[in-house]
Ligand binder design. Structure first.
Ligand SMILES: NC(=O)c1ccc[n+]([C@@H]2O[C@H](COP(=O)([O-])OP(=O)(O)OC[C@H]3O[C@@H](n4cnc5c(N)ncnc54)[C@H](O)[C@@H]3O)[C@@H](O)[C@H]2O)c1
Ligand SMILES: O=P(O)(O)OC[C@H](O)CO
Length: 343
């Protein structure tokens, strides 16, 4: 049996934390995986030097995951084509606004039997419809795509603090393979077949996290946060039921990708942090993203706009008051207090 050749597409905060896990697990399963893992790094200069050169010399992504050593099996590659050449297992972990462009460049360069997994938390939503990123990847690259999502703040995972994550994979055999690639004693994977629910949770929780950040900015307490989380979970499930029907299992909302991720993202995530600062400083979101995240990308405000576009095209915004209120506060100057008043 030939060994699986793994590549990672993306090298931000989560991409780097996951590279640490993947680079370790490929070494621990030498009968399944080639030990060298190529990671596509969007090239940029850090203190005048290429980030890829720094990663390959220091074995550390000094910009996006400072202080964490990566296994030497991880090789940073600035060309996405070189990174993915002949790969059989492709891990997608880029901010959702970049997925399509990256996939287009990868066309025709993967091994014929390649499979992918999406760690992206976001949805391709337009007024004409919703597409999951697994579907977008399958459509562009013509390969099957699973999904991984969970209560996983990258910095905590990278420091090996115990957590869980969920893989949604329709094919049971592939699900086992992905389990071998990602599961560790501190990053416990549960594989389920509902890859649709896994991705819906990962995308929609980012919108709820923005709402939770607003309540922090207003100085409200834990009870308010719990209310936002509960309402958010209800809207996430309703969104799944309305637009995906039986393709989404209710049990998925009780996996790490569901309620657990909502709790962690509303307590310690970047969306929460920037939304809180939006209230306390009065600065625009894009300014705060630059000031507070050092190149990392905010997903929740973009997702709020995409969800709003999709719902308003169907005249259904009123059915999702929390999603709608987050949108109105960010994009229509609605008063921040409406985060509790209007939901
Ligand atoms: N950070 C976390 O804690 C975390 C945890 C779980 C899931 N996620 C999800 O993982 C995905 C990736 O997030 P991340 O945290 O690894 O990234 P990030 O926000 O930390 O970093 C942004 C990345 O985008 C790259 N980039 C910038 N401009 C680009 C361009 N024009 N084209 C392509 N890439 C460009 C940067 O080089 C960098 O690697 C997101 O969907 C996010 O929601 C993040
Ligand atoms: O920092 P956030 O808000 O992008 O959330 C990070 C992870 O998705 C939490 O699981």
């Amino acid at each position: 049996m030939s060994l699986e050749k793994v590549c990672i597409i993306g090298s931000g905060n989560w991409g780097s934390a996951i590279a640490k896990i993947v680079g370790t697990n490929t070494q621990q399963h030498p009968t399944l995986f080639e030990t060298t893992v190529r990671q596509w790094v969007f090239e940029e200069k850090v203190n005048g030097e290429n980030l890829t050169d720094i990663i390959n010399r220091e074995h550390e992504n000094v910009k996006y995951l400072q202080g964490i050593k990566l296994p030497e099996s991880i090789v940073a590659v600035p060309s996405v084509v070189d990174a993915c050449k002949d790969a059989t297992l492709v891990v997608f972990v880029v901010p959702h606004q970049f997925v399509r462009g990256v996939c287009e460049q990868m066309k025709g360069h993967l091994a014929p039997n390649a499979r992918a997994i999406s760690l992206i938390k976001g949805l391709e939503i337009t007024s004409s419809g919703i597409r999951l990123f697994s579907e977008e990847i399958e459509r562009i690259l013509n390969i099957p795509c699973a999904a991984l999502s969970g209560a996983n703040i990258a910095d905590e995972v990278a420091k090996e603090k115990f957590c869980e994550s969920t893989i949604g994979c329709a094919n049971v055999q592939d699900g086992q393979l992905w389990h071998h690639l990602f599961d560790t004693a501190y990053f416990r994977i549960n594989v389920i077949q509902d890859h649709v629910g896994v991705q819906l949770c990962g995308a929609l929780k980012n919108v709820v996290a923005v709402g939770a950040g607003f309540t922090d900015g207003l100085g409200y307490g834990s009870n308010t946060k719990a209310a936002i989380i509960r309402r958010g979970l209800m809207e996430m499930r309703k969104f799944g039921q309305m637009f995906f029907g039986d393709m989404v299992q209710t049990e998925t909302f009780f996996e790490s990708c569901g309620a657990a991720d909502l709790i962690t993202t509303c307590s310690g995530g970047r969306n929460r942090k920037v939304a809180e600062a939006f209230v306390t400083t009065g600065k625009p979101i894009d300014v705060l993203e630059k000031e507070l995240l050092n190149g990392q990308k905010l997903q929740g405000t973009l997702s709020a706009a995409e969800v709003h576009e999709f719902l308003s095209a169907r005249k259904m915004t009123a059915e999702f008051p929390l999603f709608n209120t987050v949108y109105r506060i960010v994009y229509e100057n609605a008063p921040v207090e409406s985060i509790v008043r209007d939901i």
